[in-house]
Design a protein around this ligand. Structure first.
Ligand SMILES: [Ca+2]
Length: 194
């Protein structure tokens, strides 16, 4: 029995030896501005949508400030996000883990927006290029103000010939109203796809 157990443990050790580790592991907390991220968006006309993205000390889940996204979704279809080009190896497929804290006051089951979180070979210029995730609700049935949710997504992306993968974190405005969201404690892991 002991011999069998030892064999199993050795097998486990061997499995552990071939686990792929992230090639790039970066974090952002927006303590010194947007730290290389910038605001971007699509479908911001008819009528013109007022929006802004910046570092803010209003709220934070880590440290003293976070990225703040503000959208007056007057056309009912605005998409606004923070974006950053990460430097990786050129023309390589990566599994990309995007995790972050998402501050949202959206409550209930209706009128929620959708979260955007994507890794792209080129900067997305249309709604169709975006990666849409789950709803923006904070899980409360009533208005309890901004709550921080831990979000985590995995996707595959191929870097461009210049060695860049474009990361997008934001919101898809599916309801005609104005909203403010916060993003903090971002971690990006790039693991070479096997
Ligand atoms: Ca922070």
């Amino acid at each position: 029995m002991l011999a069998l157990l030892t064999t199993l443990l050795m097998a486990c050790d061997q499995v552990a030896d071939i686990v792929f580790v992230p090639e790039f592991d970066v974090t952002y907390s927006f303590e010194a501005g947007l730290e290389g991220w910038f605001g971007n968006g699509v479908d911001l006309a008819d009528p013109s949508v007022t929006w802004s993205v910046g570092a803010s000390s209003e709220l934070a889940s880590s440290g003293a400030s976070a990225a703040r996204l503000y959208v007056e979704n007057t056309n009912g279809m605005a998409k606004v996000w923070i974006q950053r080009a990460e430097a990786v190896e050129p023309s390589v497929a990566y599994d990309v883990d995007i995790s972050f804290d998402f501050g949202t006051a959206d409550f209930g089951e209706v009128n929620l927006w959708r979260i955007l979180a994507g890794a792209h070979s080129a900067s997305p210029g249309t709604a169709a290029a975006l990666t849409v995730q789950d709803a923006t609700g904070n899980g409360s049935a009533s208005d309890v103000g901004v709550q921080w949710l831990q979000k985590s997504y995995r996707m595959r992306a191929v870097s461009d010939p210049g060695g860049r993968i474009h990361i997008v974190i934001g919101v898809w405005g599916t309801w005609e109203t104005l909203r403010t969201y916060y993003v903090d404690n971002v971690r990006l892991l790039f693991t070479r796809a096997s």
